[in-house]
Design a protein around this ligand. Structure first.
Ligand code: DSN
Length: 424
């Protein structure tokens, strides 16, 4: 019970917004009540710098067991041999990996942010582009697909120390086998950032980055449906190829470098309340009902892609293999920004998004990104997707007509009332 009136009121407003609205942001989801309870638990009081069994503080006997359980469940979920569950976010996980495997100024090769990549994969405004030397691959202009042979050409040209695969707005699967061949040809470490599709990967609905990628990072709050946070995993440990040695002059394993990359490299005390919430979410993801959920996420995304295409919308790459769609609005006389605002008035939450080769600025954009993880948790099925597409289409066509948007908003709220979020 929050007694701080100002804060309680703001949370109540956000609670109402979430309950009434249609949530189509591809990177959001609704956690279970037990995940939320753990995230708000007494564990927030505990300092536990270090790792289970090797802490810099006393009184860690219970959080040691809890963090080990999170690691074990995560390893089972992804078939990993090693994991670190402490990163506070996906960005922190990526920072820790880069600190572990790179020296300032080393070349990295990632997927271009403006084609659907991520800030932490070398964007010049991010630490990854400021501390290291970033190079990028993108999608083909016609197909909207990544051409693996062009990635190979780029890798041979720039000889990166670290190759990164993974995206924030790419609706197709990844060829990890080919990427590993390329990484081996140029002597790079291959890292997959599976933040977006991790839940679909864990349940076998997309290609698995293991055993091909040396290191895998992810957030825990998107398709994985846990608390906000990050993780790092490896299918197997190996001596670091950079020749980093310990005080005794022995070659350190990658696991030890990655652990140090998290703490003390980029973070202080781990958030044990969030680690407990992650452990619960990993346990939930091991249940058969989670498999049903991820299957439905994918079915819903396919149905939404079809319904949008039937209404004349251009989906980058022509469709989707995962949980999201990136839509180019340039044939609809509406910017991404105007669409986001109009849909917001109709209680539909999405984000404006750059499309590949966009001519509009990142604050305006020519596209929008839609995702089905949250609406699927909410209980929407493929039979609802035609209605969802109809609302989106009407809102975009009537983006400057508040009467139309209000009416759509009433229809959205009526459906959401039938699909209550949290029973209490
Ligand atoms: N902000 C996340 C997303 O929406 O994809 C990426 O960090």
């Amino acid at each position: 019970m929050i007694r701080d009136h100002e804060i309680a009121q703001l949370i109540q407003h956000e609670d109402r917004r979430q309950r009434r609205g249609l949530e189509l942001i591809a990177s959001e989801n609704y956690v279970s009540e037990q995940v939320m309870a753990a995230a708000g638990s007494i564990l927030t009081n505990k300092y536990a710098e270090g790792l289970p069994g090797k802490r810099y503080y006393g009184g860690c006997e219970w959080v040691d067991r809890l963090e080990q359980l999170a690691i074990d469940r995560l390893c089972t979920l992804f078939g990993a041999a090693w994991a670190n569950v402490q990163p506070h976010s996906g960005a922190q996980a990526n920072a820790a990996v880069m600190l572990a495997v790179l020296q300032p100024g080393d070349a990295i090769l990632g997927f271009d942010l403006s084609h659907g990549g991520h800030l932490t994969h070398g964007s010049p405004v991010n630490f990854s582009g400021k501390l290291y030397k970033p190079h990028f691959y993108g999608v083909d202009k016609e197909s909207g697909l990544i051409d693996w042979e062009k990635v190979a050409l780029k890798a041979h040209e720039v000889r990166p120390k670290l190759m990164i695969c993974g995206a924030s707005a790419y609706s197709r699967d990844w060829n990890y086998v080919r990427l590993r061949q390329i990484a081996d040809e140029v002597g790079a470490i291959l890292m997959a950032d599976i933040s977006h599709p991790s839940g679909l990967i864990a349940t076998g609905l997309l290609n698995h980055p293991f055993p091909h990628c040396h290191i895998v990072t992810s957030t825990t709050h998107k398709t994985l449906r846990g608390p906000r946070g990050g993780i790092i995993m490896m299918a197997k440990d190996f001596p670091n190829p950079m020749g980093v040695k310990n005080a005794k002059g022995e070659l350190r394993n990658m696991s030890s470098l990655l652990d140090s990359g998290v703490f003390p490299g980029t973070q202080g005390g781990p958030l044990e309340h969030i680690i407990a919430a992650k452990a619960i979410a990993f346990g939930e993801a091991l249940e058969p009902s989670y498999h049903q959920y991820t299957r439905q996420v994918k079915v819903n995304a396919l149905a939404l892609a079809l319904a949008m295409t039937q209404r004349g919308y251009q989906i980058i790459s022509g469709g989707t293999d995962n949980h999201l769609l990136l839509i180019d609005l340039r044939n609809k006389s509406c910017t991404g920004k105007a669409a986001e605002q109009a849909l917001g008035k109709a209680h539909i939450t999405i984000n404006k998004n750059m499309v590949p080769f966009d001519t509009a600025s990142p604050m305006i954009t020519s596209g929008i990104r839609l995702g089905t993880p949250a609406i699927t948790t909410r209980g929407l099925q493929e039979s609802h997707m035609d209605q969802v597409a109809d609302w989106i289409d009407r809102a975009i066509q009537g983006h400057d007509n508040d009467g139309v948007l209000k009416l759509i908003g009433q229809e959205v709220c009526a459906l959401m009332e039938q699909l209550p979020l949290y029973v209490a």
